[in-house]
Design a binder for this molecule. Structure first.
Ligand code: BES
Ligand code: MN
Ligand code: ZN
Length: 503
């Protein structure tokens, strides 16, 4: 996509569509009278009559009467100038992106300054327009024989502003990077498990590592057996597909210290194993690798923006299947950490693969750990499908993360993890831990189980079972994979890199 910065001269717009932010009282927007004299004074009447709406999120598409390339104006209702915030503006640009797809627009001008208010500066508009429109443009790849190509139309964007060209372009490009990473993660989540096997995911991870000059290591079944990764191996036991552990290292500094670990659950399909899911519970379980997708998406952003912080990504991938070899309830397994686990429920498999992944991340030098996983249906019961559930053992670390999520607009809510919860995770007659203490508050048990392997390392657990895929289209994209936490993880790393600017 070609992106240019052009001055604000409406007579010289060279694209099919012009996007105009329209607050209530648009006459207070700088340059509005120039726009009215360009477009025609009828606009004022139409605004008064409500034919061009200034209501929040209302989009009015009108043709232009002048000769030239420009064919249509999208008036984007922004509502009250005083109350519009950045999250709302991102969402609004998301809806603009969707409209650009459905109208098959190939070139667009965005009058950046028309979106400014007291809280939103021109750089924010550049960033949010790229991110919002980029996410809004996303289409789910399909396998229909009639249209097996994802069409992309938009290939030219002109940013209309008199602000510094280089700076505006830089902000816009970062927004594009964020959107593209989210969209990549969405596609991974949307891929069926017969296509996205653990081996395929590892190929993807390896390619990503090569693109961004990351160090890459991959463990297969034999290596896992040698190291004693009994937890991942147990989950993989019933499968004909090989498991994979993907390890990506981004070295920002020569010294491998102060390392952030991003750990993702990459279950390509979760049947539940012998604790099998009911048939309705199976549909959608191709998305049980949303945590892995989030980590891979974040690594893509990190590869582009190259923050000053060492990062290790660890992703364990396998499907959870049934066969004569599959693991069973009552089995006792030994994890990489040496801790033994009594299996009470083979459907509580995510915490098992995360246990070995977290241990491996620690062995490889992670000083902070964030694990991301579609871990429990419990988080959906507790928080709904639009909030990510969190646990932590470190207030300061979590505070930094919350600041990142405020920036990205991804809603995260923390649940408690108490000593009595931990007691129940450690309750077993035959092993150190059990993998399923009960259904009451089970989001806490899922994450808390992972915490047993993290021990004292500052840690945040993110349960994205609800947020990783959307059951209906939303402002920032279609039904299906959302790319939840891609942007927040990357922003966390970015923020942590700024905390230690001297390093
Ligand atoms: N992958 C599921 C969690 C899930 C549920 C993700 C719904 C997305 C939508 C996970 O492995 C699982 O099966 N969890 C069990 C835990 C239980 C066995 C303690 C659950 O949520 O029922
Ligand atoms: Mn499961
Ligand atoms: Zn699962």
């Amino acid at each position: 996509m070609k992106v240019n910065v052009a001055g604000i001269n409406f007579n010289e717009v060279q694209t099919e569509v012009l996007i105009v932010g329209t607050f209530k009282h648009p006459e207070n927007t700088q340059g509005w009278s120039d726009f009215v004299s360009f477009y025609g004074s009828s606009l004022e009447k139409w605004l008064k009559a409500g034919d061009v709406s200034t209501d929040h999120k209302k989009l009015t598409k009108l043709p232009t009467l002048q000769e030239g390339k420009l064919q249509r104006i999208f008036f984007v209702g922004l509502g009250d100038r005083k109350t519009l915030d950045q999250d709302e503006l991102r969402d609004i640009f998301g809806t603009v992106g969707k409209e650009l797809v459905s109208s098959k627009t190939s070139s667009v001008s965005i009058w950046l300054d028309s979106f400014i208010n007291e809280d939103i500066e021109i750089e924010d508009v550049a960033y949010l327009s790229a991110e919002g429109i980029g996410m809004g443009l996303y289409k789910v790849p399909n396998y229909k024989t009639s249209s097996n190509e994802v069409e992309t139309y938009l290939d030219n964007v002109d940013l209309l502003t008199n602000s510094d060209e280089q700076e505006i372009l830089a902000y816009f490009e970062v927004g594009q990077v964020y959107a593209e990473a989210v969209n990549e993660a969405r596609t991974l989540v949307n891929m069926p498990s017969n296509v996205l096997t653990a081996t395929k995911m590892a190929e993807y991870a390896k390619e990503l590592a090569e693109t961004y000059d990351f160090e890459y290591e991959e463990l297969g079944k034999a290596e896992m057996e040698e190291l004693g990764m009994g937890a991942i191996l147990a989950v993989n036991q019933g499968s004909t597909e090989e498991p994979r552990l993907m390890v990506i290292k981004y070295r920002a500094n020569e010294e491998w210290t102060d390392v952030v670990g991003l750990v993702g659950k990459g279950i390509t399909y979760d049947t539940g194993g012998y604790s099998i899911k009911p048939k309705d519970g199976l549909v959608g379980m191709k998305g049980d690798m949303g945590g892995a997708a989030a980590v891979l998406g974040a690594m893509r952003i990190i590869g582009e923006t190259r923050p000053n912080k060492n990062v290790i990504a660890v992703i364990a991938s396998t499907d959870n299947m049934i066969s004569g070899n599959a693991f069973k309830p009552d089995d006792v397994i030994t994890s990489l950490s040496g801790k033994t686990i009594e299996i009470l429920n083979t459907d509580a498999e995510g915490r098992l693969v995360l246990a070995d992944s977290v241990t491996y991340a620690k062995q490889q030098g992670a000083n902070y750990i964030v694990d991301v996983a579609t871990l429990t249906g419990g988080v959906i019961i507790a928080l709904g499908k639009d909030k990510t559930g969190a646990l932590t053992n470190d207030e300061t670390f979590f505070e930094t993360f919350l600041e990142a999520t405020v920036e990205t607009g991804e809603f995260v809510w923390r649940l408690p993890l108490t000593e009595s919860d931990k007691k129940r995770i450690r309750k077993s007659d035959v092993a150190d831990l059990n993998n399923s203490p009960g259904r009451d508050g089970h989001m806490i048990f899922g994450g808390g189980f992972v915490g047993e392997f993290v021990e004292n390392t500052p840690w945040i657990h993110l349960d994205i079972a609800g947020t990783s895929d959307a059951s209906a289209a939303h402002d920032l994209g279609p039904k299906g994979g959302t790319g939840a936490m891609v942007r927040s993880l990357a922003t966390l790393v970015e923020r942590m890199s700024l905390e230690n600017p001297e390093e």
